[in-house]
Write a protein that binds this ligand. Structure first.
Ligand SMILES: [Zn+2]
Length: 144
């Protein structure tokens, strides 16, 4: 976990992408303090993830909406602070488009909207995403 500069959080899927793998997380629903932002604002905890023996706590600043991840050891000690790139509903299609080839992306869109698509191409897309830990059925709902 050391030397990691940035992680990606896919908000609609509530997962964190780390070294090319998506890790499912737990949303923090209560307003819990998550540290101070560089802008001086207060950060609130947003989601928690687990990777091997590390915990990853993602917080968001209430003032500038910056997201930050704290990597914690089992004892809750801070190992490192990492920047977070947030993928929300408006940017999820671009994110997926960069993972898939254009024909795979087209097949995914067609499948989501109930159109015609090439089954072998779609299953290739599906395999690619599922190897990353992204559930395709969860994803399809965002492309309808
Ligand atoms: Zn801030």
């Amino acid at each position: 976990m050391e030397g990691i500069k940035e992680v990606v959080v896919i908000e609609p899927l509530n997962s964190l992408v780390f070294e090319g793998k998506a890790i499912p997380g737990k949303r923090v629903n209560s307003k819990l303090f998550g540290g101070f932002c560089e802008c001086g604002g207060i950060m609130y905890q947003k989601a928690k993830f687990k990777k091997d023996k590390f915990g990853i706590l993602v917080s968001e600043c209430e003032k500038c909406w910056r997201n930050q991840a704290l990597v914690l050891s089992v004892d809750g000690e801070l190992v490192s602070k990492v920047d977070v790139k947030v993928i929300d509903r408006s940017s999820i299609s671009d994110f997926i488009r960069n993972i898939l080839s254009s024909s795979e992306y087209k097949a995914l869109i067609s499948k989501a909207s109930g159109g015609k698509y090439s089954y072998p191409v779609f299953s290739k897309a599906k395999r690619k995403l599922e190897n990353m830990g992204i559930n395709v059925n969860d994803l399809l709902g965002f492309f309808r």
